[in-house]
Design a protein around this ligand. Structure first.
Ligand code: NI
Length: 253
């Protein structure tokens, strides 16, 4: 169920049976020679929606712009600075918490989001923890909110399949696994580009200009020419199946 396609009264009815909601969160950034700018948002969205269907949970609109300052030397990238992004995540959660949602299950598509989203959770919890004990509250956070972040590409079955299919060529960014997933979702937008396997990469970079110096075509140790839409379907089925039990456990806690 997509929040965007519900009426307010349908949401009110949903809240009588569940306080859980799935929040896909991605990024809009370069993804190497054949990867779509929207890769991280597309992946988070399709995984979040797939999960939502199986567990019959509401799925919010995708937060499609994340923390991608290090990709800004490539055209098309959009970013929020970490402080802005933290506030965006905080306000999205707190607005839904005001209606009664209490379990926020973030499905993430981008490594650069992990630190700021985790910080946003800390801000949200701090509001409840630091509220005066006399019953008044800071903002709309009435307490009892729990948030969690699941990085789809780091789930053990996904890591195992990526290793089996690509070995060292999975790399760290513009990976064949994520490009495969977008190829499955958008088969009419598969891009061809000539490339050699990239040398191994590290996460040792600073600003966008440093990043581009180190990784001139945008890849970090990956070889996304190996991507196929069939692989993408395999990744999607695997990760959705992996998250089902995890979502139910989180919401029930
Ligand atoms: Ni990505």
């Amino acid at each position: 169920m997509l929040l965007a396609l519900c009426t307010w009264s349908e949401v009110e009815t949903y809240l009588k049976r569940s306080v859980g909601i799935i929040v896909p969160i991605g990024s809009t950034e370069q993804h190497g020679p054949n990867g779509l700018i929207g890769t991280d948002a597309i992946c988070a969205e399709v995984v979040g929606r797939g999960l939502g269907e199986v567990v019959d949970a509401l799925v919010t609109p995708t937060i499609a712009v994340g923390m991608a300052q290090h990709h800004m030397a490539f055209p098309g990238t959009m970013t929020l600075r970490p402080s802005t992004f933290i506030q965006v995540v905080r306000d999205c959660v707190v607005s839904l918490a005001a209606h009664g949602f209490r379990r926020f299950y973030f499905v993430n598509g981008h490594g650069g989001n992990i630190a700021p989203v985790t910080s946003a959770f800390g801000e949200i919890y701090a509001e409840a923890s630091m509220a005066p004990r006399n019953g008044s509250n800071v903002g709309d956070n009435r307490g009892g909110v729990q948030c969690t972040l699941r990085n789809w590409w780091l789930r053990p079955p996904v890591v195992a399949l990526a290793k089996e299919l690509y070995g060292e060529h999975e790399g760290l960014h513009a990976t064949p696994s994520e490009v495969s997933l977008t190829q499955h979702v958008y088969p009419d937008h598969i891009k061809k580009a000539k490339m050699d396997p990239a040398p191994p990469a590290t996460l040792d970079f600073a600003d966008a200009f440093d990043f581009r110096r180190r990784f001139p075509d945008g890849r970090m140790g990956s070889h996304p020419a190996l991507s196929t839409p069939e692989h993408g379907k395999q990744f999607l089925d695997l990760v959705v199946a992996d998250l089902v039990k995890d979502y139910r456990k989180f919401v029930a806690a």
